[in-house]
Write a protein that binds this ligand. Structure first.
Ligand SMILES: [Cu+2]
Length: 101
């Protein structure tokens, strides 16, 4: 089991992009993407952690191996998710319900 933390994934697009990227280097791998935890869990068959990480990087994300310190730190984007759909671009101080006329 290889686990990456991928801060810049936030939607189904990212899930698909990362899953496809992993399958490209390891077609038989089991890929679980947990958007809430920002984690990608991979049961690899053919690829090692470095290859899996490189594949995710190639897809445009910044994976950080969970069993290692963030030496190759994720690129900090100004907002939105790695696939560019902007799913995470919510204003930080959005009111939680109160609407003013
Ligand atoms: Cu996305």
């Amino acid at each position: 089991m290889t686990i990456f933390r991928v801060e810049d994934m936030s939607c189904d697009h990212c899930t698909r992009a990362i899953t496809e990227a992993v399958r490209r280097v390891d077609p038989a791998a089991t890929v679980q993407v947990d958007l809430a935890q920002r984690q990608v869990r991979i049961d690899a068959v053919a690829a090692d952690a470095a290859q899996l990480g490189a594949a995710i990087v190639a897809a445009g994300y910044g994976p950080v191996p969970m069993d290692a310190p963030p030496a190759r730190a994720a690129t900090t984007r100004s907002g939105g998710c790695g696939c560019g759909c902007g799913a995470a671009k919510e204003p930080p101080s959005a009111p939680a319900g109160g609407r003013q006329a």
